[in-house]
Design a protein around this ligand. Structure first.
Ligand SMILES: CC(C)(COP(=O)(O)OP(=O)(O)OC[C@H]1O[C@@H](n2cnc3c(N)ncnc32)[C@H](O)[C@@H]1OP(=O)(O)O)[C@@H](O)C(=O)NCCC(=O)NCCS
Length: 197
C-alpha cells in the first residue's frame, strides 16, 4: 500500500468505515447524495424584484463573478480562473444551459444554479447553487432550486440529484426543507502514512 493513495467509495456505511479504519485508512471526504422525486415541489414566493436569466455565452463573466463570490469561503475552494470554471461547468454534452440560471436584483447578480442531466436523460443533476454572502437568508437559493426543479420536471425528468459535502450542514438542511432525501453517502479514504515505520 502506497502513502497517500486515495480510495474512492460510492456507498459508505459504518461497516465500511470501521473496516478501512482498522487497516489504518483515514476518512478524508464524505458527501451526501441527495435526491428529489419531483412529486411535491414547494412553491416559493419572494417580495424581492428577482429576475432569472438562463446561461448563455455572453453571460459567462456574470456567472463566474457570482460563483466566485458565493464559493470563495468554502473549504477546498479551487481558485479556478473564469476559463477553467466555465470549461468544467459547461463542456459536458449533458450540461443544461437553459436550466442554469443567474438570479438578479435590479441588475445585480446575487445567485446562480447550474444543472446537468444523466446520459439517459431521465434524471437532472444540480451541479452547484450559490448566493453571494450579502444576499443570503432571503430565500434566494430556495427559489432558484425550486424553479430549476419545476423546469426539469417539465422537461420530463423523473428525479433530481445533487451531492453536498457533509461539512456544509446549512446547505443540507436547506435541501431537506425543500424535499431532498439522502439516498447514500460517497467519499474517500486515504492510505496510512508509513512515517516512523
Ligand atoms: C447554501 C446557500 C446557497 C444558501 O443560500 P441562501 O439564499 O442563503 O438560502 P435560503 O435563504 O433560500 O435558505 C437559507 C436559510 O434561510 C431561510 N430563509 C428562507 N427564506 C427566508 C426569508 N425570506 N427570510 C429569512 N430567511 C429565510 C431558510 O429557512 C434557511 O434557513 P436555515 O439555514 O436555518 O435552514 C448559500 O449559503 C451559499 O451560497 N453557500 C456557499 C455555496 C454552497 O455551499 N452551496 C451549496 C452546495 S453546492
Amino acid at each position: 500500500m502506497k502513502d497517500g493513495t486515495v480510495i474512492k467509495c460510492e456507498n459508505i456505511t459504518e461497516e465500511i468505515i470501521q473496516k478501512y479504519q482498522q487497516e489504518g485508512y483515514r476518512l478524508v471526504f464524505q458527501e451526501n447524495v441527495m435526491e428529489h422525486d419531483l412529486t411535491a415541489i414547494p412553491r416559493m414566493e419572494t417580495s424581492l424584484p428577482l429576475a432569472l436569466r438562463s446561461w448563455s455565452k455572453s453571460s459567462d463573466a456574470d456567472f463566474y463573478k457570482v460563483y466566485k463570490a458565493s464559493f470563495k469561503d468554502r473549504p477546498g475552494f479551487p481558485g479556478w480562473s473564469m476559463r477553467e470554471w466555465t470549461a468544467w461547468l459547461s463542456s459536458s454534452p449533458t450540461f443544461l444551459p437553459e436550466r442554469t440560471y443567474i438570479a438578479e436584483v435590479d441588475n445585480e447578480a446575487v445567485g446562480f444554479i447550474a444543472a446537468d442531466s444523466d446520459s439517459e436523460d431521465t434524471r437532472g443533476y444540480i451541479i452547484q447553487v450559490g448566493v453571494i454572502p450579502e444576499w443570503r437568508h432571503k430565500g434566494i437559493a430556495a427559489l432558484l432550486i425550486c424553479r430549476c426543479l419545476e423546469a426539469l420536471h417539465q422537461d420530463g425528468k423523473k428525479a433530481v440529484v445533487l451531492h453536498v459535502n457533509q461539512n456544509n450542514p446549512g446547505a443540507i438542511r436547506l435541501f431537506e426543507q425543500l424535499g431532498f432525501k439522502t439516498v447514500r453517502v460517497r467519499g474517500a479514504f486515504e492510505a496510512p502514512s508509513s512515517q516512523g515505520m
